[in-house]
Design a protein around this ligand. Structure first.
Ligand code: GLC
Length: 604
């Protein structure tokens, strides 16, 4: 007998209901479970009908694994899942948040704050298309992206994951969802998940809602604001994602007026599912349930009860899944969680899997392998870097522009901790969860790019911390000093003081006292720049976290392309001003949101 759910020409809703009607309680609860790859025993996929597997930051087959190793790993998990009684395929998820950033050799695009500086929604869509190809090439179906946080305070450790502090900028950049998933057809039912085909990935708008609005920018903190402000400032980008057919939405670790999002029936069910009509599935954050009570995981069964009844559909456990399934089974069998809630969750999960074509194409497509880190994608990333650069100062004398630089100058000094460090250029969520220093993947540092663009008669010298002797030599035409932040992620990035790391301000001062200097800041957010330092330099460029294509920086500073980037965030004078957003009467920034110069000194 042909089962409807196995019929690719049957309507998705018919397939969902047919399959749901055949599932046991154990299989339904298994589908609601997402576990980390490192704890997966193939038998558990077959016997427990696990719905999804993920790589938490950096978790992969082996360090610097080939893309084909990734695809083989995912396919092996999938083959085990397909041997389950009903043959329901898994979704494999990863944080592909600026390219497929876990995979060695993948194109690493600028982090979201830099894309926000471009204001270019078409570019964001094209980056989504490229990212989806590089993710599917690795056999992976699901990207925990985009983060659509509206970051209202740069002290937040995840501010670089946000497109900016202004809701309209973030809304404009949600077009990346269409790039990742494909163009939702006009007639597609509102709120329902959409995926175009095998070259697209299931996307995940995150973290719902108000993660970027927590008090003092404290990560996983508490957003204290009215419902109207929550909706106007932080919820608006989700409507854009839902209108593009976003398949999944991730709940935030943070709270709203003291209620944790993971336990908020009002926001997850009454607002997101009922009022906004979202028909994909809501996934928890990693150990999001464990964090509902303190100490961490202390009352786990209660956490499961609150989170599932609030409206969480899939739980990113991701390690202690036996305990999760034990508790969930007890809670359903004891009637504390209604079976109708379970059916709603599983319906949504199956709907996404059918929309994603997983039942038809469960395994990787090796023909996509050449897409990873290909020239076309690196050119796209280089274009994004160019468009993300914000010129904040150009010439001590505004009438005498310092940029563009002369590529045939006699001698150029390249200095600073970030001039020749690919890992610093990429920032967090690259190669590993936190990111790290050094040649972590294939790419071009600022120093590499300067060497490529300068004339054969130009001497390029590189000293991270230039010696007094070097600085004393009279024949240096100009210096480029690249400084900024070391990579960080989540709590690791929360900062009260926002300094330039590694004594970057001193390096700037030392060099600029002796040589005409361009500063390039490699950071996930504005940092404290004292006016006395700014006065010393000839030019200052915010380059954010540009990723692997450092050539995009020299393209602009040496004049092949014009600056077009504008600040997506406020550049404050001091941390005592924070939070500082344009709507306040006391708004007194060093540079206002939207500020940016051209190389001719015109304000964009
Ligand atoms: C992390 C992040 C979330 C990410 C998830 C999986 O803690 O909060 O953005 O998608 O866990 O790595």
């Amino acid at each position: 007998m042909d089962f409807i759910y196995k019929n690719p020409t049957a309507p998705i809703e018919a397939r969902v209901q047919d399959l749901l009607s055949r599932m046991t309680l154990e299989e339904k609860l298994g589908q609601m479970t997402q576990i980390e790859r490192s704890v997966v025993a193939p038998s558990v996929l077959k016997d427990r009908c696990i719905g999804s597997i993920l790589s938490v930051g950096g978790s992969g087959p082996i360090e610097m694994a080939l893309t084909s190793d990734w695809a083989d790993m995912v396919d092996n998990f999938q083959k085990a899942a397909l041997e389950s009684r009903l043959g329901i395929p898994i979704l494999y998820g990863i944080d592909a948040v600026h390219g497929n950033n876990n995979v060695y050799g993948a194109t690493i695009f600028p982090h979201n704050v830099g894309l926000g500086a471009t204001r270019d929604s078409e570019l964001a869509k094209r980056i989504g298309v490229a990212t989806a190809l590089e993710v599917r090439a690795s056999g992976i179906h699901y990207a925990f992206a985009p983060c659509v946080a509206v970051c209202r305070d740069p002290r937040w450790g995840r501010s670089y994951e946000s497109f900016g502090e202004d809701t309209e900028i973030v809304r404009n950049m949600t077009s990346i969802v269409t790039g990742l998933q494909g163009q939702r057809p006009e007639g597609h039912p509102k709120g329902y998940p959409f995926l175009a085909g095998r070259n697209n990935v299931v996307a995940c708008a995150k973290h719902f809602v108000g993660d970027g609005g927590t008090d003092k920018g404290i990560n996983e903190g508490n957003a204290i604001l009215s419902y109207d402000d929550l909706e106007r400032i932080h919820m608006a980008p989700y409507l854009d994602c839902i209108s593009q057919g976003v398949c999944t939405i991730m709940a935030s670790y943070s709270s709203w007026n003291g209620v944790p999002l993971h336990a908020s029936h009002f926001l997850l069910t009454q607002i997101l599912k009922e009022k906004l009509g979202f028909k994909g599935f809501i996934i928890s954050d990693a150990e999001g349930l464990d964090r509902l009570f303190h100490p961490h995981g202390s009352n786990y069964q209660q956490s499961v009860l609150y989170a599932i009844n609030a409206g969480i559909d899939m739980v990113m456990v991701p390690f202690r899944y036996q305990l999760f399934l034990e508790d969930l089974t007890y809670l359903v069998q004891s009637g504390k969680i209604p079976i109708a809630r379970i059916d709603d969750a599983v319906e949504r999960i199956l709907r996404v899997k059918f929309a994603a074509g997983l039942f038809e194409y469960p395994l990787s497509d090796k023909s996509l392998l050449p897409a990873v880190g290909c020239k076309l994608h690196r050119e796209l990333a280089r274009e994004a870097v160019r468009k993300s650069l914000v010129l904040l100062k150009n010439g001590k004398d505004p009438k005498k522009s310092f940029l563009p630089l002369n590529r045939n100058a006699k001698k150029i000094l390249i200095a600073g901790t970030h001039a020749d460090d690919l890992g610093y250029q990429c920032g967090g969520w690259t190669a590993t969860w936190e990111g790290k220093s050094g040649r972590i993947t294939i790419g071009t540092t600022i120093l590499d790019a300067v060497r490529e663009v300068t004339g054969s008669n130009t001497e390029v010298i590189f000293e991270q911390n230039p010696s007094a002797q070097t600085l004393a030599s009279q024949d240096i035409s100009f210096a480029i000093v690249a400084v900024g932040e070391c990579p960080y992620v989540e709590f690791g990035g929360d900062s009260r003081e926002l300094p330039i790391h590694f004594n970057g301000a001193e390096i700037i001062s030392l060099v600029a006292d002796k040589v005409p200097t361009l500063v390039i800041l490699i950071a996930g957010r504005p940092l404290v720049i004292e006016q006395r330092i700014l006065d010393k330099v000839e030019a200052f460029v915010a380059a954010w976290l540009p990723g692997t294509e450092g050539g995009g920086i020299t393209d602009v500073v040496f004049g092949d392309y014009e600056f077009q980037g504008r600040l997506p965030v406020t550049w404050f004078k001091g941390v005592d001003q924070l939070p500082s957003n344009a709507v306040e009467k006391s708004y007194d920034p060093l540079f206002p949101i939207g500020f940016g110069l051209t190389s001719k000194g015109e304000v964009l």
